[in-house]
Design a binder for this molecule. Structure first.
Ligand code: 5AD
Ligand code: SF4
Length: 460
């Protein structure tokens, strides 16, 4: 211990970064670092970055410009502020970050943040500390467990990374390069972490992985265990009433996982299953290794297992060579599936990925125009899905206080945000809520007092 200091971690990008930011805070806690409310108050500021699209990467450099001013102010006040860059930009750019932004004292990739205490100590002694290795040791095994108070403060839902990296090599994507090849944590380590969460009052855990349904960790018997079997094991943990997982690749949706959606009450009826595009020609150029028809057949099988499942997806418009006909195929696929939620992006050429060098880059104006059309369709579908839940009484996990006094915010099984008047002590309960109305992205409801419909359509 070297006295109380504070750390401010700003997270960009995906849920895996949210999880990693908490683990970085846990790694620094035994060194006396407490969370700071704002960067200007902090002794150490870390940006946990995202490299998936150009815009995400560039945000980091503009934030570093603002932090440089804070660091200079701190120095004038006689305080030392240490600035670190973590995450996927750190992995991809390493030392180059310091060349471009000399205010940075420390660079740490997603695989080595268990070494953060040492890196921070070196940086505070005036060294530039850089570590973007892919080490052989298991960082999870070397990280301290969060203390119980910290877990409670983080809320009644939690992320849990079970798998990292990706071997799919979609031709547009940097993840296989920044996060490395697929690795899965052993079942025992995941169960132990989930039990700790449940004991601290967490009711819902979302299992995370860049390609989470490719999970194949070592089971207690030493044999490989898939995601379906892992979910069944986690559902046995008392107090863990809700399980979710993200993000999945269509090729890795196996029978055991689909069976889990049919048989496991704790597994919430929501599936994020990116397809990216609807044209087979583009899907091949993207190296997705499935056709539109494969995806639609898969959706059918999943819906047979769990008819009320809410599907969400990721889409890229303006991939190199995309024609109006290709784009029409994406719209047709969306129309056929009917999504409850979705994320859609303009293609962004990422240095080092195969697609960046393809001919036929689509002009920005065409990308914007197609994105607007796709998003209009997806927004209609989301409204239709939400409208389908108005009037139902559904189980809602109350997560936190709302903006208005007396109001709480929770989630339906289908991941919809629900606002409901309820006492603060009810946070952490799963209550029956009658959905009375809907806003753009949220539902309004009132406590029903009785039992909830566990499935859309009312079937128990
Ligand atoms: N350009 C645009 N979107 C991308 N994604 C991944 N790489 C790119 C890129 N180069 C999107 C995909 C993926 C999501 C996480 O980000 O849709 O599923
Ligand atoms: Fe990237 Fe996902 Fe494709 Fe892996 S499966 S390369 S993470 S888009």
């Amino acid at each position: 211990m070297s006295g109380v200091r504070s750390v401010y971690i700003k997270t960009y990008g995906c849920q895996m970064n949210v999880y990693d930011s908490d683990r970085m805070a846990d790694a620094l806690a035994p060194e006396g670092y407490r969370p700071a409310a704002a960067p200007e108050d902090a002794d150490v500021v870390i940006l946990n970055t995202c490299h998936i699209r150009e815009k995400a990467s560039e945000k980091v450099y503009s934030e570093l410009g603002r932090l440089r001013v804070l660091k200079e102010q701190a120095a004038r006040d006689g305080r030392q502020m240490t600035i670190g860059v973590a995450g996927c930009v750190a992995q991809a750019e390493g030392r180059e970050i310091v060349a471009r932004a000399p205010t940075v004292d420390l660079v740490v990739g997603p695989q080595t943040y268990h070494r953060l205490p040492d890196l921070v100590a070196r940086a505070r002694r005036g060294e530039t500390a850089i570590d973007a290795d892919f080490p052989t040791e298991d960082k999870f095994a070397r990280l301290p467990a969060p203390d119980r108070r910290q877990t409670i403060a983080r809320g009644v839902t939690a992320f849990l990374t079970v798998q990292e990296g990706c071997d799919k090599f979609c031709s547009f994507c940097v993840v296989p390069y920044t996060r490395g090849s697929e690795t899965s944590r052993p079942v025992a380590a995941i169960v132990a972490e989930a039990e700790r969460l449940a004991e601290a009052g967490v009711r819902e855990v979302t299992l995370l992985g860049q390609n989470v349904n490719a999970y194949h960790g070592a089971g207690p018997d030493g044999r490989d265990c898939g995601l379906g079997a892992l979910l069944f094991r986690l559902a046995e943990i008392p107090g863990l009433d809700r399980l979710r997982y993200t993000t999945s690749h269509p090729r890795d949706m196996d029978d055991a996982l689909i069976a889990a959606h049919r048989d496991l009450g704790a597994l919430m009826p929501y599936l994020h299953l990116p397809v990216q595009a609807g044209s087979d020609r583009l899907l091949a150029a993207m190296n997705r290794r499935h056709t539109a028809a494969d995806y639609l057949r898969l959706v059918d099988r999943i819906r047979t297992a769990r008819p009320d499942i809410a599907l969400s997806g990721d889409f890229i418009v303006g991939f190199p060579g995309e024609t109006e006909d290709d784009f029409a195929a994406t719209l047709a696929l969306v129309a056929e599936v009917g999504y409850a939620a979705a994320y859609s992006f303009k293609y962004s050429a990422r240095p080092g990925t195969p697609a960046a060098d393809l001919a036929g880059q689509v002009p920005e104006a065409a990308k914007s125009e197609r994105l607007a059309r796709l998003q209009a369709l997806l927004a209609d579908q989301q409204r239709a899905f939400n409208a389908g839940t108005v009037g139902l009484t559904v189980p809602v996990l109350l997560e936190k206080a709302g903006r208005r006094a007396g109001q709480l915010v929770g989630r339906s099984p289908w991941l919809q945000t629900v606002h409901v008047d309820a006492p603060l002590e009810a946070v952490g309960s799963i209550v029956a809520v009658t959905v009375t109305g809907m806003g753009t992205n949220t539902l309004a409801g009132r406590l029903a007092g009785g039992a909830a419909d566990q499935r859309l359509g009312g079937a128990a």
